[in-house]
Design a protein around this ligand. Sequence first.
Ligand SMILES: [Fe+2]
Length: 323
Amino acid sequence: MNVQTPTRVESQLTDKGYVPVYTTAVVEQPWDSYTPEDHEVWKILYARQQEVLKGRASDEFLRTQREMGMSPDQIPKFQDINKLLMDATGWQLIGVEGLLPELDFFEHLANRRFPVTWWIRRMDQLDYLSEPDLFHDLFGHVPLLMNPVFANYMAAYGRGGVKAHGIAEAARAAATTVVDGVEHFDEAKALSLGSDALTNLTRLYWYTVEFGLIRQADGLRIYGSGIVSSKGESIYSLESDAPNRIGFNLERIMRTKYRIDTYQKTYFVIDSYEQLMEATFPDFTPIYQRLAAEDAIPAGNVLSSDVVFNEGTGEGWLTDGDV
Ligand SMILES: [Fe+2]
């Protein structure tokens, strides 16, 4: 098999700037084409994170990681992991070229398919990469898919995403009128009908699946994939005085902006994975409509209603750049 390179189809202007758009096709993991450097990158990152995660990752992350038994020395094969996942929770990994459009991503999750970027970062990108690669997706996201409650949460999130996408589209359509061939868009009306539903829902994913903390009997631990796959943020999120650490609150999170370019200013703490799952039981439609009337909360703010584990000193925070 020839060495493959990711196929970047085009760039798309979003509220986060230009983002790469990849083909949405599911690709077979080209395992035989990984280079010795690819495997070495996996090996170095794996060993480094194993050290960092001791006493920092949640007991459940470490348990599911052991149960899954990913190879520390070479890039695991998706097909091997899929056998274990199917038996445990019915999830399957699918290979993709990179970030997917939202609706494609939600539909995969709703059907218990987790998209994993097939390529891994280069040796000169060990510490930072601006987009998900195989290490982030596989090492960070996949172990907890062995946990039935977390696995159900991810599927429920996917179903919620499909629904939110529909709500947002319908809201925009209902707020659009054509008079004498000229299109008029009533933004206030669109918002009141839920055109920001995806923004609200994306914040939930960000502050739980990607950057969540959990409270164990012996203290706070990390489970979010964006943290467990990052040496620097594994330490910062738990041990730095700079960020806020605040108790999980669904609607509060849905209103909270976040950072994509630096460590988070605020981390939200769950008590259990059951708490996450239960948060998805209500219909979010009236929540989206209610939140439309409220301002978004800057990433670093602490509210009087928050359950505060740590009120951040704010050291090192940039004043702009919340999205
Ligand atoms: Fe991720």
